[in-house]
Design a protein around this ligand. Structure first.
Ligand SMILES: *Cc1c(COP(=O)(O)O)cnc(C)c1O
Length: 483
């Protein structure tokens, strides 16, 4: 029987062997990635039976355990880092950010109190300022917090906008507000906002889903009419959400018009730029985000187009007092060692308490790639999106969305069947079944089913697009032949 310290810490020889094995597994994955099947077989019994091989009553040696989970990850995972995974906004992680996540786990800084981690908290403060400046916020008023992802950042936006508009909300809650607060999102905005409305006690009835125009952008006139209607019904409009890079179609809502409307109506403007916000890092694309600097708050996910591993979201605001209004509390057990210093304890600014050092993976990736490395990656992906769009059209596919960002939604416009859900689903299935390419299916404006290909890896090259086009050609022929 191992003593408990040997069991948990392992002895030095074992640790050295373990680190070597970990780096070999990681490097092995990075080098073999392109050759493996992108999508796993989806068979719960198979995964569960694999897992039943390990029994916590009979512990196994570290090397064996590591090999076991590495094999599991290899077999039973969608390989989203693959250059021909044209799927959801899941990136190929930058290598420095993988190293950063390992360091964050080993040093395990506690990110609630400044005094427990001056380095970590200041790294995040530095990043929040630097990224806020890219969005056009003023250095003096820019504030924000790292979050687990876009969902938490959007939840934070709802809470801060409620507290800002209805100061009584923080103390008495919604029942302290004499009129029903309502918020405005578009039909194409992210579903995390619905969860956020539930979590804030607003409920989904408080959400107005504004229709989009033919370009899939929020219809600002319809939004204005909705606000007028709700006001005359005695309700209290408080928040308008614009999306910069919709999840389905990568469309950027008209931000200047949204900012004008929000300003005129006294609404908080939140811009959900979870994925598309990365355009702010490429001066060539920055104009597409014009107006974002007028947003009261912004959601931006580093774990999407900044290519860092999962769980790296950001909430940014130009109202430095609002996070504290929403989240500041005092707790007897929090150390008072920073008394008199001009610093902020992160727990007074966020939903989370103890949390991972999220900023490190962003910091290390940026430190090594620089703004210029990111600019090039973003422009490369945008160019690949444009190329894919052209080649799809050249092969008779019809592109159904318009955006400068690399998300391409398409149907086969040459026959009515080519727009049908059955055709779209069958083509996506057929492409996935080869294991060499993966694309998703979505619906535009909740009605039109489309195939959707996103250039989500900075490693995707023209040859990868050719491969996808070949698979699409084959799939189209086969699906038509079978029906
Ligand atoms: C992905 C996404 C979200 C949710 O972010 P998570 O990091 O997955 O929680 C919110 N809004 C938009 C527009 C997104 O694309």
């Amino acid at each position: 029987m191992m003593d408990h310290e040997a069991a948990l810490r392992l002895d030095e020889t074992m640790r050295q062997a373990l680190w070597k094995q970990v780096t070999e597994v990681i490097e092995g994955y990075l080098t073999s990635q392109d050759a493996i099947s992108i999508s796993p077989t989806l068979d719960p019994d198979q995964v569960r039976s694999y897992l039943s091989q390990v029994d916590f009553d009979r512990p196994i040696p570290p090397a064996e355990a590591l090999e076991f989970v590495a094999r599991g990850l290899d077999r039973y995972q969608m390989h989203t880092a693959h250059p021909r995974y044209f799927g959801l906004f899941n990136p190929t992680p930058a290598t420095m950010s993988i190293a950063a996540d390992a360091l964050a786990a080993a040093f395990n800084p506690q990110m609630a109190a400044w005094g427990h981690n001056p380095f970590g908290v200041e790294v995040e403060r530095f990043l929040i300022r630097a990224l806020a400046l890219k969005f056009g916020y003023d250095e003096a008023s820019a504030d924000g917090t790292f979050a687990s992802g876009g969902a938490e950042a959007n939840h934070t936006a709802l809470l801060t906008s409620l507290v800002h508009t209805f100061p009584e909300y923080a103390e008495v809650g919604l029942r302290g507000i004499d009129r029903q607060p309502v918020l405005y999102v578009s039909n194409e905005s992210h579903h995390s906002l619905i969860k956020a409305a539930r979590s804030c006690g607003l409920g989904t009835d408080a959400i107005r889903r504004v229709p989009v125009d033919e370009g899939l952008k929020i219809n600002v006139e319809a939004l204005a009419a909705g606000v007028a209607r709700d006001r005359s019904a005695g309700l209290a409009p408080f928040l308008a959400v614009a999306t910069a890079g919709t999840t389905s179609a990568g469309v950027i809502d008209p931000l200047p018009e949204m900012a004008d409307l929000a300003q005129g109506e006294g609404l908080w403007l939140h811009v959900d730029a979870a994925w598309g916000g990365a355009a702010a890092l490429a001066p060539e694309l920055r104009a597409h985000l014009k107006g974002i600097e007028r947003a009261d708050s912004i959601t931006f996910d580093a774990h999407k187009w900044l290519n860092v591993p999962m769980a790296a979201g950001l909430f940014l605001t130009r109202h430095p007092e609002v996070l504290a209004q929403a989240f500041r509390i005092t707790a007897a057990y929090i150390p008072k060692d920073t008394h008199g210093l001009e610093v902020i304890d992160p727990y007074t600014h966020s939903i989370q308490w103890s949390r991972r050092f999220i900023g490190l993976k962003v910091y290390l990736a940026l430190a090594v790639a620089g703004w210029e490395g990111y600019r090039r990656a973003i422009l490369h992906q945008t160019a690949m999106g444009e190329l894919l769009r052209q080649e799809l059209e050249a092969e008779g596919w019809e592109v159904a969305n318009r955006t400068p960002l690399p998300v391409v939604c398409f149907v086969d416009g040459s026959s009515p069947a080519g727009r049908s859900e059955a055709f779209i689903e069958a083509v996506a299935q057929e492409v996935a079944s080869g294991g060499e390419n993966w694309i998703s299916v979505t619906r535009l404006d909740e009605v039109q089913p489309v195939l959707r290909a996103c250039i989500t890896s900075y490693r995707t090259k023209p040859a990868d697009l050719e491969w996808l086009l070949r698979d699409l050609r084959r799939a189209r022929r086969k699906v038509y032949a079978e029906n």
